[in-house]
Design a protein around this ligand. Structure first.
Ligand code: DCP
Length: 136
């Protein structure tokens, strides 16, 4: 089994918590849609290490990786996706591979899910993400 590990990167802004979303630039089927940034772990690679490596490559940020979100997503027979909470330790996110980046609150996130602006596989995380964004 291979794993895709995505980061639910949070920041505090003016007393509210925001989530980082990244807009895919490829492949065609999902280009323009928004996702939790991340990527595939190498064989045998620790998943927290994989997320740190991917976010450094894709966004030029160093993150601290926390607990996992509850839901796992089967992308294919041999590929499972999971997500971990993360916070930025160093750097400002830059879209190296993505088309764009944005920080969202719970209302933005839920609206984007309703209007089909999220990568379909990531929709499963919206309730947990929105709840944490409201609670924090
Ligand atoms: N994916 C997803 N939601 C995310 C992140 C990834 O549905 N938040 C899916 C899209 C792809 C697979 O996971 O099917 C791999 O994602 P990436 O292409 O971003 O990861 P890599 O760059 O590591 O893989 P590749 O070598 O395929 O480019």
């Amino acid at each position: 089994m291979r794993y895709v590990v995505a980061g639910a990167v949070l920041r505090e802004r003016g007393g509210t918590t925001e989530l980082l979303l990244a807009q895919r630039s490829y492949p065609e089927a999902v280009a323009g849609l928004w996702e939790l940034p991340g990527g595939k772990a190498e064989d045998g690679e620790d998943l927290a290490d994989a997320l740190r490596r991917e976010l450094l490559e894709e966004l030029e940020i160093t993150v601290e990786v926390g607990a996992g979100l509850a839901e796992r997503v089967v992308l294919r027979d041999d590929l499972t996706m999971l997500a971990r909470w993360a916070r930025i330790l160093r750097g400002t996110p830059h879209a190296v591979e993505h088309r764009g980046l944005r920080w969202v609150g719970p209302d933005d996130l839920e609206r984007m899910a309703r209007t089909g602006e999220l990568v379909p596989a990531d929709e499963v995380w919206v309730p947990e993400l929105a709840a944490v964004l409201r609670d924090d």
